[in-house]
Design a protein around this ligand. Structure first.
Ligand SMILES: [Zn+2]
Length: 143
């Protein structure tokens, strides 16, 4: 697994491209269960706290963590295959771009966007087209 990241410690938004090799289920709000089939997913988030993007992306890349956010279930069970960053950007703008990619779907409404009143979710399901360059970002993960 790739773990070297080229990522600033400043605030901004990021895109995680996550491959799930097996089906994944986990509980979400309202007693519902999110059920995700194997495939490629794109999660858009933002980092505004201490350590900025570098600290947040490094946390996402670790498997040994408690599931605090919805996306933690995916990053624990799956593989992060690419990371894109947008310094000073907003995750909602990234999600708008991702959701316009060919094949993009919202697998579970509200997933990853509990704190956003605007987007239908911050996690999209899709195909191989989900890569940072597809929405104009460079890949911040080094080989
Ligand atoms: Zn949003």
């Amino acid at each position: 697994m790739r773990t070297e990241i080229d990522c600033p410690a400043s605030p901004g938004a990021y895109l995680l491209v996550i491959d799930l090799d097996r089906p994944l289920t986990f509980p979400i709000a309202g007693g519902r269960i999110a059920a995700l089939p194997p495939g490629r997913y794109a999660y858009c988030g933002s980092a505004r706290g201490l350590g900025g993007l570098a600290a947040r992306v490094a946390r996402h890349l670790r498997h040994d963590k408690l599931a605090h956010w919805h996306v933690d279930h995916l990053t624990r069970a799956g593989r992060i295959v690419a990371v894109g960053i947008l310094s000073d950007g907003r995750e909602c703008a990234l999600f708008d771009a991702v959701s316009q990619l060919s094949g993009a779907e919202i697998p579970v409404p509200g997933l990853g966007s509990s704190d956003c009143a605007r987007c239908a979710a911050h996690l999209a399901a899709g195909g191989p087209a989900f890569l940072p360059r597809a929405i104009g970002l460079t890949d911040a993960l080094a080989a």
